[in-house]
Design a protein around this ligand. Sequence first.
Ligand code: NAP
Length: 303
Amino acid sequence: MMSRIQLHSDGPVFSRLVWGAYRITSDPERREIAHIARMVDTCLDAGITTIDHADIYGGYRVEALFGEMLASRPDLRNRIELVTKCGIALVSPARPDHRIKHYNSTPEHIRQSLENSLRNLKVDHIDLLLLHRPDPLLNAAEVAGVLETLVGEGKTRAVGVSNYTPSQFALLQSKLNIPLVANQIELSVGHTAPLHDGTLDDCQRLGVLPMAWSPLGGGRLLDPEKGNPRLVELLTDLSARYNAGGPGAIALAWLLRLPSKPLPIIGSTDPKRVQALARAGEIELELQDWFQVLETATGRPVP
Ligand SMILES: NC(=O)c1ccc[n+]([C@@H]2O[C@H](COP(=O)([O-])OP(=O)(O)OC[C@H]3O[C@@H](n4cnc5c(N)ncnc54)[C@H](OP(=O)(O)O)[C@@H]3O)[C@@H](O)[C@H]2O)c1
């Protein structure tokens, strides 16, 4: 059974594996409301209850599609936890006043973006709001103020960040009276920098949970032509040994063994794949298998 995990000591409780809605507009058939509902049903059957969004996904369209789906399936609302993000401003027909891709971390934008997400998703609150990217113009004291107010108003249960370094995290946390409960970062067996640059050490020290985006490298990790064929071969061999149902589940199980307790965000919009990947939650990789995956991914033994 899929385990559940609390983000920080008084944060929301999420499923250990998360599903990300980022790619639902990339294929015309998969952006159908019925397909989105099928994805959520598949996730729930597999014990995945937490769903990751951002205001900008699908050129600002994904949240509204998801909200349409929720309106047609009101039974789903109380069975899921919702995460969304704010702060990136894309050049898009949906935002004709944007001349250049930029960040906007003003308190006004953060409030407006969350309120817009709630309207699009057709919900009165979400479980976690993340600042999508570190912003050189972010005024930590001002942003802390608006984040506390939004939690106080019940619009989001908790707040966190994404793609933050430990010092960026420490700066914002130093001005906040509530905890940042998550740092959503790129993390996979193909992107192991956070294991060594202090990001995961900080998470473990502070009890902040990392959420791992592109846990399969956006699919490249499992593609022998685009990725590392030796790694694909090893993940496939291990999948057979652990009866994992495919190499992807081993790549996720590798992340689940990290003591900082990352929550991998599955990006597939194929129900069969999501079902198979959810097997990762039941697999505990043996110590030396874990290091064999690391060695094969990096191309060298540990020192
Ligand atoms: N905070 C941030 O800055 C940030 C950045 C990027 C993403 N994210 C979040 O992270 C989530 C996951 O990112 P991601 O989509 O890059 O994750 P991913 O799970 O690494 O990649 C999913 C992609 O890989 C493809 N794929 C190819 N072969 C596959 C296989 N055998 N098994 C599974 N997938 C395979 C999937 O195609 P199919 O759909 O056809 O299966 C899909 O296009 C996003 O949905 C979003 O919520 C956050």
